[in-house]
Design a protein around this ligand. Sequence first.
Ligand code: G3H
Length: 478
Amino acid sequence: EGDVFKYYADGEWKKSSSGKSVAIINPTTRKTQYKVQACTQEEVNKVMEIAKSAQKLWAKTPLWKRAELLHKAAAILKEHKAPIAECLVKEIAKPAKDAVTEVVRSGDLVSYCAEEGVRILGEGKFLVSDSFPGNERTKYCLTSKIPLGVVLAIPPFNYPVNLAVSKIAPALIAGNSLVLKPPTQGAVAALHMVHCFHLAGFPKGLISCVTGKGSEIGDFLTMHPGVNCISFTGGDTGIAISKKAGMIPLQMELGGKDACIVLEDADLDLVAANIIKGGFSYSGQRCTAVKVVLVMESVADTLVEKVKAKVAKLTVGPPENDCDITPVVSESSANFIEGLVMDAKQKGATFCQEYKREGNLIWPLLLDNVQPDMRIAWEEPFGPVLPVIRISSVEEGIHHCNASNFGLQGCVFTKDISKAILISDAMETGTVQINSAPARGPDHFPFQGLKDSGIGSQGITNSINMMTKREEKETLHR
Ligand code: G3H
């Protein structure tokens, strides 16, 4: 009570000199659950300075030793899964079981990263000159991958642990130092995760975690000259960051409006199950959630009935009870979702359930007969509200999908695999899942968004490569 969680810098837990804190509101109780330090710009400067010098030594630390520490951190993280999951329940209202899964998945990701890193970073390249016109075999070039320097990691509220380690582990194995700015909702879970890295015994200053107000340290961090790479996951802020950031590599995963295209020959039970999983897991607060169903008119009635029956079975309530649908992260988010629902209502969408809301808790809602003039046809609710648009041709579905600003993932359901591949090729998204809901992972798969959904590609291997540069280390002449 009244305690303010300390931030992490130079291998120590510290109080901010600001004397101020930021409150974390429990989405379920809507009361202050925790408080974290409101770090100042001077403290950010200090962290950057330390990160820079710690990185120099870390880059010289043998790869196998870096991997050993990461394996240790992964094991400690898994040992701490219960208290970390508890924070996730209280800070972001993640259902209890999913909260544990997030931590375990994070431990696995860190271990995999260590293993992948020693392989891919342990190899270099050898080139000879006579493959280029006009050259004899007189020059040899040796290349290897070297770290970028200081990586700034900014994960989102929906995976404050997992989407933090998916940036931290590749950065560290590649020899970078890491500055973490966790989301406010989820900051305590992130601090606890950082504590696991602390216990593993990483060198002082290599990892730091600064908390605080975006208005005070947000731009200051992302525009800081000491930052050599930014890995960000979140919403529109990412677009602003990409415009302001300097000439440094950026890895961004932003929003999505993942379409689920359903053809006439699809297995509708399979589709319904995947719409439930894809659309309503963690109350739709996933960038990869199914956010619009585009179904062929002839099978639409049957599909909507099947989904409706499954929606009726979803449990709604507090995350502690492991309910399927839990309160959305904040009141402003709930208000935004409600705005989309009311707009659809006014413009004549069919409500398959009654709209119901208590505080931040919104009951799952399927909206049928959604039309392109409704905001929900295009905007991302990030909540348990799913629009269905009836289409009369596959082309119409593809057209709707590609008219979106987003291009993260999508899915197509049909028994005709060649058709599925053709449709998937036509969809302008980073990934298309065939006969399954969109999702990131397994975490070594590439993961990327096109258009406003992102820059670069994630997934363990891609992240390690992105956080290094290939250097022409020596050119030998003879
Ligand atoms: O919210 C964005 C995440 O990258 C989605 O991850 O598909 O594992 O839920 P997920």
